[in-house]
Design a protein around this ligand. Structure first.
Ligand code: BJW
Ligand code: ZN
Length: 260
């Protein structure tokens, strides 16, 4: 594995031959992303020093039983995050991923994030493993409510009387099958599999990294610190996604210009 702790410019100086070669040959690439890619947009991550769950216990909030026990509290947490997400803008990392679409045959984003920032940045081919905070549904009849909900009379209810919940995946719940299978196929077919801003501890999402590795993809990690999966990566950048990804786009554009 090649480790790049890129603290001073040039950011991409000293790229491994193997990575340069892969970049020049790759047709299908995947970005598997987590909360860290949105950190530079001002959205707190879950774990780590500034993680959301330093303040809020996950087991009290991100599971179905917690919602049934105390829907007001769970909704308070999601409405708080919704406000932050609504004010946030895609950052240079999201935008660089969207720009890669013109540089490879197929670019797929497989995200654990619920914040919709990849779509807002212009990425087209996206699989959302843990749902999307912009959608809600009734726990009883599964009717969708995607407009702004009215909390003036407490937790909003469906016309059938069921509680409305955010369309996100909580602990103990299955991931949406079509999204997971789409992500899995992309992982298997990828030439390069970028793992960006995730602690890679939540399964089955994190298993896609192992699926890609087993299928022979070249694994590249972009994270501010080492993670559970650093040891299986072929290339690792210990730096912010918003710094590294635009540099890769810059490198690819100058490489393409030289080879026209
Ligand atoms: C930067 C940066 C910058 C910062 N640039 N980088 C034991 C073993 C294996 C599995 C299990 C187990 N026990 C239980 C399980 C299953 C469980 C699980 O995985 N638990 C583990 C935590 C132990 N999984 C589940 O329950 C899943 N379902 C399931 O298994 O179904 C099968 C089943 C069904 C029925 C019965 C039994 C089984 C569902 C998991 C759902 C996860 N949901 C959440 C909440 C979503 C909604 C919401 O957002 O509120 O998803 S939890 C939370 O974690 C969220 C995230 O998507 C997910 C991953 O977090 P992520 O993105 O990695 O964030 P962080 O904060 O952890 O990391 C941020 C990283 O960014 C850090 O590394 C930073 O360094 C880095 N960073 N700034 C680059 N600028
Ligand atoms: Zn209903």
């Amino acid at each position: 594995m090649s480790f790049q702790n890129l603290n001073s410019p040039p950011l991409l100086g000293g790229l491994s031959e193997a990575f340069l070669h892969k970049l020049s040959q790759a047709k299908k690439i995947v970005f598997f992303t987590g909360a860290g890619i949105s950190a530079e947009s001002g959205i707190p991550t879950f774990r780590g020093q500034y993680g959301l769950w330093k303040k809020f216990k996950p087991e009290e909030l991100a599971n179905y039983n917690a919602f049934i026990r105390n829907p007001e509290l769970v909704w308070e947490w999601y409405n708080y995050r919704k406000k932050i997400i609504n004010q946030a803008k895609p950052n240079d990392g999201h935008l660089a991923i969207a720009q890669m679409q013109g540089l490879f045959d197929e670019v797929t984003v497989v995200t654990q994030n619920i914040d919709n920032l990849h779509r807002r940045a212009g990425s087209k081919n996206i699989f959302e493993l843990h749902g999307n905070i912009e959608r809600n549904y009734c726990i009883k009849c599964h009717k969708y409510y995607n407009e702004d909900l009215d909390f003036s009379n407490g937790v909003p209810k469906c016309s059938c009387g069921g509680l409305i919940r955010p369309d996100v995946v909580w602990f103990g719940e299955y991931l949406p099958q079509d999204q997971f299978e789409g992500g899995e196929t992309a992982a298997i077919q990828s030439d390069i599999f970028f793992v960006v801003g995730t602690s890679a501890v939540v399964y089955p999402a994190a298993n896609l990294i192992h699926v890609a590795k087993k299928a022979g993809s070249f694994i590249v990690e972009v994270n501010v610190e080492e993670t559970e999966i650093s040891s299986i990566c072929d290339e690792s950048f210990l730096r912010e996604a918003g710094k590294i990804l635009p540099e890769i786009v810059k490198h690819l554009k100058s490489f393409n210009n030289k080879n026209i």
